[in-house]
Design a protein around this ligand. Structure first.
Ligand code: NAD
Length: 479
C-alpha cells in the first residue's frame, strides 16, 4: 500500500497527530493508499518554515529561480511518462490522454513561469516637482497559501505554485484531499530541482482541518484558491477580514453558441469534446449549448450520433474518452440534477444512466428550463443542456443568462457575428471556432461573477503574486 507523509520544510514527516486518511482510486473505488492528515499544529510548522524559505528564496538572483523552475520542467517531462502518469490515472481517474495533456501543460507552465522570474519589471514616471524621481518596484508578497482542487491535480497545482515561486514568494500548499499523492510527488520534484527546502511545504488533509487554519494564518500574505464557488466564498470572506490578497479561480457554467452557418456534424464533435473531456470535471467545460434555430435539428441529430459512439471505460485505453467521476457524492449530485431537469420539462436526448462504477454516461438534455439547476448550477459531470436561439441577439442573451462568467465559445464562420458575440458575451474568455475548454500558460485565465476574482497565467500571475511599491527621491541634496 502506498503511503505519503507531509512535506514540511523539505522533510517528509507524519502529521503531529499521527493520523492518516484513505485515498481511493475512482476507477475501482478501492483504497489506493493513505496520506498524512494535517491539522492546525502542522500548519504552524509549515508557515514557520515558509517564512525562512521566503527570506532565502526571494534573495536569490532571478537567474537561479529561473534555473530551478526549468530543471523542474525537465524532471516533470522525464518522470511524466511513468510515475506522474500512473498517479494521474489511478488517483484522479484521468484517461491516459488527459493525463498526458496535463503533464505537457505542467511542463509548459513551469517553463513559462521560469521566464517570468526575470520579468519583475518596475517603472519610472514623471514628477511634477522638478528634481524628483519617482519609481515603482515590484516585490514578492511573502508566504502564499495555495489551495487546489482534484480535477487537474498536477497542472492546476503547478499553475498556482510556479508563478508565485518565480516572483520570489514561498508557498504552503493544501492540495485536494482526493489527490494528495500527486501533490507530494510534484513537491519532491521541485526540491530535486533545487528549490530551497523551506520555500515549499505541502499539507495533505481536509479543508476544515488544515485548509481553514492555513488561510487564516497571520503570516500568510496571499491566498491562491482553485476550487468551488462555495469554498471561494468562505475563503474570500475570511481573507477580507485580514485584508489579504486573494486569487480565486472558481466554478463555471460555460456556454457555447452555435450559429446557423456551421457544419452541424463538426460543431457537434467540438461541443461534445468541450463538455465530455474528463467526464465534464473541468471548470471551463461548456455545459450549456445555445443553438440557432436554423441548425438546431441537424446539430441535435449529429450530437446524438456522436455521443453514443464515445468509448468509456478503461483509463489506460488510448481510445477511452473519459472515465469515472471522482467519488460517489459527485455521482449522486449529477443524478439528482438530471432528474430534477427532466421533472422540470427537459427531455433526455441520450445518456442519463450509470455505465459502471462511478462512470456516468455522456448525457444530453434538450430544452432545459432556464430556472432549473441543470442550467444554473455547476454539475461538474458529463451533462450538456442544449437550448434553441431565435437569432444572434437571442443566443447571446441566453449565453449571458448565468451567474457564472468563466469561459465561453462561439461556433461560426462569419467574423462579424463572431466578433459581435465575443464583445457582448460576459465571460473571462471567448473562444471562436473551438470549444470553451482551452488552456495557454500565457493567457489571463479566470472569470468574474461567481467564477471568481483575478487572472492567472504568464505576466498576469506575476502581477497577482507581487506588490507594487512607489519610491520617490529628491535628486538634489535636500537635507
Ligand atoms: P472544493 O472547493 O471542494 O475544494 C478545493 C480545495 O479547497 C480543496 O483542497 C479543499 O480541501 C479546500 N477547501 C475546502 N474547504 C475549505 C476551507 N473552508 N478553507 C480552506 N480550504 C478549503 O473544489 P473541488 O471539488 O476540489 O474542485 C472542483 C471545483 O473547482 C469546481 O467547482 C471547479 O469548477 C473548480 N475549478 C475551478 C478552476 C478555475 O480555474 N476556475 C479550475 C479547476 C477547478
Amino acid at each position: 500500500m502506498k503511503q505519503t507523509e507531509l512535506l514540511i520544510g523539505g522533510k517528509e514527516q507524519a502529521a503531529v497527530s499521527g493520523d492518516y486518511f484513505d485515498v481511493l482510486a475512482p476507477a475501482t473505488e478501492q483504497r489506493l493508499g493513505r496520506a498524512a492528515r494535517a491539522g492546525k499544529v502542522d500548519v504552524e510548522l509549515a508557515v514557520a518554515a515558509a517564512q525562512q524559505g521566503f527570506a532565502e528564496w526571494s534573495s536569490l538572483a532571478p537567474a537561479k529561480r529561473e534555473a530551478c523552475l526549468l530543471k523542474a520542467a525537465e524532471l516533470v517531462e522525464q518522470q511524466g511518462q511513468e510515475r506522474l502518469l500512473d498517479l494521474l490515472i489511478d488517483e484522479s481517474g484521468s484517461t491516459i490522454s488527459k493525463a498526458r495533456n496535463e503533464i505537457r501543460y505542467t511542463v509548459d507552465l513551469l517553463r513559462t513561469a521560469a521566464g517570468e522570474a526575470r520579468r519583475l519589471y518596475g517603472q519610472t514616471f514623471p514628477n511634477d516637482h522638478p528634481g524628483r524621481l519617482s519609481m515603482v518596484l515590484r516585490e514578492p508578497l511573502g508566504v502564499v497559501a495555495v489551495v487546489s482542487p482534484y480535477n487537474a491535480p498536477l497542472a492546476l497545482l503547478c499553475k498556482m505554485v510556479a508563478f508565485p515561486l518565480a516572483a520570489g514568494n514561498a508557498v504552503v500548499i493544501k492540495p485536494s484531499e482526493e489527490t494528495p499523492m500527486i501533490a507530494i510527488a510534484f513537491g519532491k520534484i521541485l526540491l530535486e530541482a533545487g528549490l530551497p527546502p523551506e520555500a515549499i511545504s505541502i499539507l495533505t488533509g481536509f479543508g476544515a482541518e488544515c485548509g481553514a487554519p492555513l488561510i487564516d494564518h497571520e503570516q500568510v500574505h496571499c491566498i491562491a484558491l482553485t476550487g468551488s464557488t462555495l469554498t471561494g466564498q468562505k475563503v474570500g470572506a475570511s481573507a477580507a477580514k485580514r485584508m489579504v490578497r486573494t486569487q480565486l479561480e472558481l466554478g463555471g457554467k460555460s456556454a457555447v453558441l452555435v450559429l446557423r452557418d456551421v457544419d452541424p456534424v463538426k460543431a457537434a464533435a467540438i461541443v461534445a469534446q468541450g463538455i465530455f473531456t474528463h467526464s465534464g470535471q473541468i471548470c471551463m467545460a461548456n455545459s450549456r449549448a445555445v443553438v440557432e434555430d436554423a441548425v438546431f435539428d441537424a446539430f441535435v441529430a449529429a450530437l446524438k450520433q456522436h455521443t453514443t459512439q464515445l468509448v468509456l471505460g478503461d483509463l489506460r485505453d488510448e481510445a477511452s474518452c473519459y472515465g469515472p467521476l471522482i467519488h460517489r457524492q459527485a455521482l449522486h449530485k449529477v443524478q439528482q440534477h438530471v432528474a430534477a431537469a427532466i421533472d422540470a420539462g427537459a427531455s433526455l436526448l441520450t445518456g442519463g444512466q450509470v455505465q459502471q462504477g462511478l462512470v456516468y454516461q455522456p448525457t444530453v438534455l434538450l430544452h432545459t428550463p432556464s430556472d432549473c439547476s441543470a442550467w444554473r448550477e455547476e454539475l461538474f459531470g458529463p451533462v450538456l443542456s442544449v437550448v434553441r436561439a431565435r437569432d444572434l441577439a437571442d443566443g447571446i442573451a441566453k449565453v449571458n443568462d448565468s451567474d457564472y462568467a468563466l469561459s465561453s465559445a462561439v461556433l461560426t464562420k462569419n467574423i462579424h457575428w463572431a466578433m459581435q458575440a465575443a464583445r457582448q458575451i460576459k465571460a473571462g474568455s471567448v473562444h471562436i471556432g473551438m470549444h470553451a475548454f482551452q488552456s495557454n500558460a500565457l493567457a489571463p485565465i479566470g472569470g468574474s461573477k461567481l467564477s471568481g476574482v483575478g487572472r492567472s497565467g504568464g505576466a498576469y500571475s506575476t502581477a497577482e503574486f507581487t506588490e507594487l511599491k512607489w519610491i520617490s527621491m529628491e535628486l538634489e541634496e535636500s537635507l
